[in-house]
Design a protein around this ligand. Sequence first.
Ligand SMILES: Nc1nc2c(ncn2[C@@H]2O[C@H](COP(=O)(O)OP(=O)(O)OP(=O)(O)O)[C@@H](O)[C@H]2O)c(=O)[nH]1
Ligand SMILES: [Mg+2]
Length: 333
Amino acid sequence: MFVDRVTVEVEAGKGGDGCVSFRREKYIPRGGPDGGDGGRGGSIIVVAEPGVDSLQMLVHRKHWRARSGTPGGGKKCHGANAEDLTILVPPGTVVIDADHDFVLKDLEAAGDQVIAARGGNGGKGNTRFKSATNQVPREHTRGGAGENRRVTFELKVIADVGLLGKPNAGKSTLLSRVSRARPEIADYPFTTKIPNLGIVQVDIDHALVMADIPGLIEGAHSGAGLGHEFLRHVERTRVLIHLIEPEPMDGTNPIENYHAIRAEVEKYDIDLGNRPEIVAVSKAELPGAEEVRTELEQAIGKPVLLFSSVTGQGLNELTRKAYSLLSEQRQPT
Ligand SMILES: Nc1nc2c(ncn2[C@@H]2O[C@H](COP(=O)(O)OP(=O)(O)OP(=O)(O)O)[C@@H](O)[C@H]2O)c(=O)[nH]1
Ligand SMILES: [Mg+2]
């Protein structure tokens, strides 16, 4: 199961109490007079960490509690600040206050962070209350409470690589060929209604998550054919593989189809239009495929891959290319 939304409880540490310590006749408290401040309670900090690629860890740990600061001591001794607790999430995670339903922060890039719950401040020791007229104040303050709240983590990215293309382009077949996912495949358009995810083992050490996305049609950006819903899924991937069917059943022209889908994507969201894209002609064993590849390369002025999910031709090159684009994406900015 792919987790893209988890809610946990976070509880920051309480601040340590300020110390009261003073010199009385014949009595000197342990550690001496002059009570120091308490230490700060630990905060809960959420960090987008490159290399973390799921929210799975949060499913297994629903409660996060940071330690309290220690109380101050005599001789102005400051209590120890408690360590902060860090929750590591994948870049692309939105951190939401679940009780009040607002976004604390959108951790888009690697290294982005947000304090999910702030630790309580340490209390003030009695030394702080000394004045010209009162050299032995009994006053002091308690440590502050730590914040606690329910936090929802939502992963905007559902997959590393998204398969983009018109219906029937061969997206689901590709996913079933390079992963263990078993999406429905059929020779009619709109077979796929929701994204299917599969893990693609690129080589022994490297894998990526690939999403088979429902086919897009012209007008998708304004909602045609559930276009918004589908484009939202495309938006949640880091790298796109744009599949071009060489001999579409509906008699449309493959080059025009490429431009039509690009136009839909760009009209929907210009940022999405700038996402790294691999262009690949599918169904390579069909007689016209090679020629379509050459034409398409000329038309768009960049390399076009050619692969077949039936013969297996070009599949390794395709997944390796996707992985290398993805690695560039994952570099911290
Ligand atoms: N000859 C040939 N046919 C293929 C290849 N890949 C897919 N097909 C066929 O193309 C048709 C559509 O394949 P799908 O994988 O369902 O296409 P899709 O892009 O997922 O389609 P939608 O889910 O409707 O958007 C099916 O009949 C597949 O058997 C291929 O490499 N070669
Ligand atoms: Mg499909």
